[in-house]
Design a protein around this ligand. Structure first.
Ligand SMILES: NC(=O)c1ccc[n+]([C@@H]2O[C@H](COP(=O)([O-])OP(=O)(O)OC[C@H]3O[C@@H](n4cnc5c(N)ncnc54)[C@H](O)[C@@H]3O)[C@@H](O)[C@H]2O)c1
Length: 252
């Protein structure tokens, strides 16, 4: 038996980076997965490779959530877990952030997470409970000047998560809701940031341990382990928590 055997889990933004690593590890631990992404070819390819379902979705489109829940019920008949993982990181500070960038960032991160939680809770109530994981960031805890809108959105996800967690607890829904706060993890989003902000070409560096020790950059599986734990019943006493995965970077 896997640690999440037969749990039905949706992962948004699963075609790349952390979402893809979450998908591989959850699947290897027995979960039944629905992957979603705007990148349809990459999402479909991963789903086929690991034996998951794929649903094309833009999380910032409200209607997509109802369609996704209908697909989930038709495919697996229930929902046990949701990983609100889809994200964008647009580099702009308080002086350079346009209204369009602000709205786009809020649309993907805050609107998408809000609609995802709302839609998932309906299905999870019918399934007798569940686990929602909202991907936030250490940007929610300390702020990052070059990611003004992103930091604000991730801060909103942090507090939204706590409000949802306590609502579900008070209503005795059996639904847990936690946020996950990675520091820098080696994914295309961070590769782009390093190249743009400090001129470092990370993919050329092959040794992950060297990246971790010398540059403070973790691996996608460092996050995937946390996702498996939070989806599994091993974390049944954990809700409203913020799980920081940053090798201590925000401690000092
Ligand atoms: N990599 C890190 O260091 C890090 C740190 C903190 C938080 N995060 C968060 O983790 C999540 C995953 O990031 P990543 O590093 O894997 O990035 P990534 O760019 O590798 O992957 C993001 C995925 O989201 C998809 N996506 C983007 N907009 C979407 C939309 N509107 N609807 C559906 N899918 C959409 C992309 O197509 C892509 O597949 C994000 O929420 C990110 O903010 C990442």
């Amino acid at each position: 038996m896997g640690r999440v055997e037969n749990k039905v889990v949706i992962i948004t933004g699963a075609a790349s980076g952390l979402g893809a690593a979450d998908a591989r590890m959850l699947r290897s631990e027995g979960a039944k997965l629905i992957l979603t992404d705007i990148n349809v070819p990459a999402g479909e390819a991963l789903a086929q490779e690991i034996g998951a379902a794929f649903f094309p979705q833009d999380v910032s489109e409200e209607d997509s959530w109802q369609a996704l829940m209908e697909f989930t019920l038709a495919t697996y008949g229930r929902l046990d877990g949701l990983v609100n993982n889809a994200g964008i990181g647009i580099i702009a500070n308080i002086e350079t952030t346009s209204t369009a960038v602000w709205r786009q960032t809020m649309g993907v991160h805050l609107d998408g997470t809000f609609w995802g939680c709302q839609a998932a809770i309906k299905l999870m109530k019918a399934s007798g409970g569940g686990s929602i994981i909202n991907m936030s960031s250490t940007a929610a805890l300390v702020g990052i000047p070059a990611y003004l809108a992103y930091s604000a959105a991730k801060g909103g996800i942090r507090s939204m998560t706590k409000s949802i967690a306590i609502h579900c607890k008070q209503q005795k829904l059996g639904i847990r809701c936690n946020s996950v706060h990675p520091g820098s993890i080696s994914t295309p989003m961070v590769h782009h940031a390093l190249k743009t902000l400090v001129g470092v070409d990370l993919p050329a560096q092959t040794d992950p341990e060297q990246q971790r020790l010398a540059m403070g950059i973790g691996e996608p599986d460092d996050v995937a382990h946390m996702i498996v734990y939070l989806i599994s019943d091993e974390s049944k006493h954990i809700t409203g928590s913020e799980m920081v995965i940053d090798n201590g970077d925000t401690v000092v």
